[in-house]
Design a protein. Structure first.
Length: 202
């Protein structure tokens, strides 16, 4: 290999490293910008900007995933920035602006990317309930309740029983719904007993 060829190979190698670092920094920067607009806006002294945050999260994801959803971070030895976390943040932001369908899609994508957590199913259920799709909401509450108790904080599990109880009563399954409310009450969810007085004792 001639000296010129060696120099070209070295230059190509250096440029590839620079491009990789630039990619990582850019993805991080968009994530941080989105977090500033959506989460840290008060300490940053700026107005909350949910649509702007969603755009930043979307840009960060476009740099982490190709058009088919394959993780570019693996191809580039990317570490430290998880696309599942960004999908979750974007889902939360979408829910805040009442884009419940979009939020549900993002939560499901986060689950596929490895964040298969009870809180994700709870959030999906909440968004279905806001759309008055109670059967779908119950389906995802079942997934929360099916987890081992050690995986779900007591308050969250109690709320899952409460929410499922209310949803069952709304769709006409009063008996099972009241049983869920009773279970939530036994677990310390105070609102459950008030709901039972209003919905079950007649």
């Amino acid at each position: 290999m001639t000296r010129t060829m060696k120099q070209e190979v070295l230059l190509t190698f250096i440029l590839s490293i620079i491009c990789t670092l630039s990619f990582a920094q850019t993805a991080d920067e968009y994530l941080e910008r989105g977090m500033d607009k959506y989460v840290r806006y008060q300490e940053k002294g700026i107005e909350k900007d949910i649509p702007g945050a969603i755009k930043d999260f979307t840009k960060a994801l476009s740099l982490l995933l190709d058009s088919s959803g394959i993780a570019l971070e693996k191809k580039r030895n990317r570490t430290g920035l998880d696309s599942a976390m960004i999908f979750t943040r974007r889902a939360q932001a979408k829910s805040d602006i009442e884009d419940y369908r979009g939020a549900i899609k993002d939560y499901k994508k986060a689950i596929k990317k490895g964040w298969d957590l009870p809180i994700q199913y709870m959030q999906i259920s909440d968004n279905y309930a806001k759309m008055e799709k109670y059967k779908e909401s119950i389906h995802f509450l079942n997934k929360v309740i099916e987890h081992e108790p050690s995986e779900v904080p007591d308050k969250r599990m109690a709320r899952a029983f409460y929410n499922r109880g209310i949803a069952k009563i709304i769709i006409g399954n009063k008996e099972e719904g009241c049983m869920d409310l009773s279970k939530a009450g036994e677990m310390g969810y105070e609102k459950a007993y008030k709901a039972m007085q209003a919905l079950c004792n007649n």
